[in-house]
Design a protein around this ligand. Structure first.
Ligand code: PNS
Length: 168
């Protein structure tokens, strides 16, 4: 459909947490289609492989027909053009996110003025949640059960147990 409003929600999603889920749900109500685009970043050492992150996001959003999960590399605006997307969705949790997000949004606009960045706020319940802090808490033996989807929680436990077994 040529008039479909398509948005890209890009990120690392390592791992997907409830703040992401909240934003994707909001985006799925606002746009005809929202593409969760997982960055293929070979330089980072992720906890979950890209394949694992794709599987998790696909399973979590299985019941959402207008949520697509994909991977991308290279320039985000080029990927958005290929997907015929008119918007990039990003979450703003706090003022501390603003500088980095503004820089990316303005650079993306400079590269392709046809793609608009749309900022959305997750539910206040998740304003302090980030993938980095989730990983840190899990690595130190804490619980993140109420902050991530059930599937992510069990995968995090598996990773932790796997590491303990390896060390034993
Ligand atoms: O989850 P993250 O790490 O905050 O996501 C960052 C992401 C993937 C949105 C950003 O790194 C990105 O868009 N990378 C693609 C490369 C690109 O287009 N760079 C120029 C725009 S700043």
């Amino acid at each position: 459909m040529a008039s479909e409003r398509i948005a890209i929600y890009p990120g690392s999603f390592d791992p997907l947490h409830n703040g992401h889920v909240d934003l994707i749900q909001r985006g799925s109500r606002l746009f005809d289609r929202i593409v969760v685009a997982i960055l293929l970043n070979i330089e980072k050492a992720p906890l979950f492989t890209v394949q694992e992150r794709v599987e998790i996001a696909r399973e979590v959003f299985d019941a959402y027909p207008n949520v697509e999960v994909d991977t991308f590399d290279g320039l985000l605006v080029e990927y958005a053009r290929r997907k015929q997307a008119s918007a990039i969705v990003r979450g703003l949790r706090a003022v501390s996110d603003f500088e980095y997000e503004m820089q990316m949004a303005l650079m993306n606009r400079n590269l392709n003025p046809a793609v608009e960045t749309v900022f959305m706020m997750p539910s206040e319940t998740y304003t302090y949640v980030s993938s980095r802090i989730v990983k840190e808490v899990v690595a130190l033996g804490g619980s993140v059960t109420n902050l991530v989807p059930k599937l992510v929680d069990s995968r995090l436990r598996e990773k932790r147990l796997g590491r303990q077994t390896l060390r034993a």
